[in-house]
Ligand binder design. Sequence first.
Ligand code: SF4
Length: 505
Amino acid sequence: MILHIHGDLNPYYAQTLCLIYFPGSKFGEDEVEADGVPIVDIFVEDRADGIYSRAVIRVGEKRAEADCFVPFSELFPRDRVRKMASGHAVTLAAKDFFGYISPWGLLTGVRPAKVAAQYLESGYGVMKTRKLLTGEYFLNPKKAYLATSVAQTELKLTRGKGDDLCSVYISIPFCPTRCAYCSFISASHRMLKILDDYLALLVEDVKSTFALIRDLGKTVASVYIGGGTPTTLDAQGLETLLAAVAESTDVTALEEFTLEAGRPDTITAEKLEIARRYGVTRISVNPQTLSDEVLGNIGRRHTAADFYRAYEIAAASGIKDINTDLIVGLPGDDFKTFSHTLDEIVALDPSNITVHTFCFKRAADMSKKQGTAFVPDVQSAAKCIQYSQLTLPGAQYKPYYMYRQKNAVGNLENVGYAKPGSACMYNIYMMEEMHSIFGIGAGAVTKLVEHTGGAPRMKRIFAPKYPYEYLRDIEKLRAGDRDAGIPSYADKVHAFFRAGEQEKA
Ligand code: SF4
């Protein structure tokens, strides 16, 4: 599509606004005006008392435009007023053009609950926050209610917890086979031959990272072993990894220790017994759907019966919390199959249920195959999401964390629900950037966070993305090269926190 910005407006923000109504659009320099190519003009004008904006949307002969003035006020910083004015103008023009407003209004970000949390923390009550979300951000009242509920729960669960805490993420980017919809870096059967070498390096990485955390004087609140599918490791490999964690930190002092087992076809009683013995408190057993036909469509290589078998093992394992991931909007899924899946899962009574919206990502095998073009049923997905948002609170599950992804069907959200006392704290810490997360393993990202009063200071350190790159490069990257002036991982981490101390002084 063609986007023209006239005035002072962050181009990335303008693009994300356009993507709400023109999902999947590209903003190339070489786009030329032609029939069917959407053209959006956004005008932004600074005035003495506020920001004026006008948006024009054109596709061929069809055209809509709207304008808006947002005055400066104590309520919003200047930059937000600019975004709101242009957001209002684009949203109102889109309403005229398409006949609807996106349920998330002009919120473009990954974390819609963050805006609600900011208002709640600034002293706005729940009702006023919802009113601001519907009135100023054009959220549909149900989404405003959801965002505010999530923010309330997050604030309650994290009150008094500072950035002296930290969390650790350990990556096992391997799966027994690759699902057709996967766009993650996960390596499947062809790469499993390097799993032993990967594990050997990972164990060293685990030990040195926990040693660094001790040096920093931070307390590890949560450990999350994610994937891929961590239970792709055999029982012996899993024990090696968990023993390395247990040697490096007092696992009994952790607030939470998650093993995202994931695929039912990798879960055995022996592995979960080892996990429990080494202090794991939370596991995920993810069916995604209980329709065998839909599981076949997404190349998941397990059946609903496999899920029930794995769930039974998990329920008998003595591990405190079980999460089950579901996905709305999968190819071949509809309201009937989704509501059946959700009802069955609720009947099993796991402490956590996470409802994702299907994301059609370009990297997935499914979209690479010709002739399998998938046209999502947005209306049906929205109905399923709504069903989950009514059913789960009715069964004592509270929404406690939420995020959105690009290319999600219908621009819908992903929501984590938990029974009282069971929310996954790692998910909240990570999503809300509350403290540093030390990432270990291929594809992992260390995100250093320090709260200094205003916007938090942050720095990301990326581990090599693919397992074979990790094998090749991690030792060099961890050690650095003093002679060549390349800092080690520990040097970078220390430098970040030293700079924070200097700023405070
Ligand atoms: S289990 Fe998850 S990470 Fe593994 S291939 Fe399937 S979608 Fe990808």
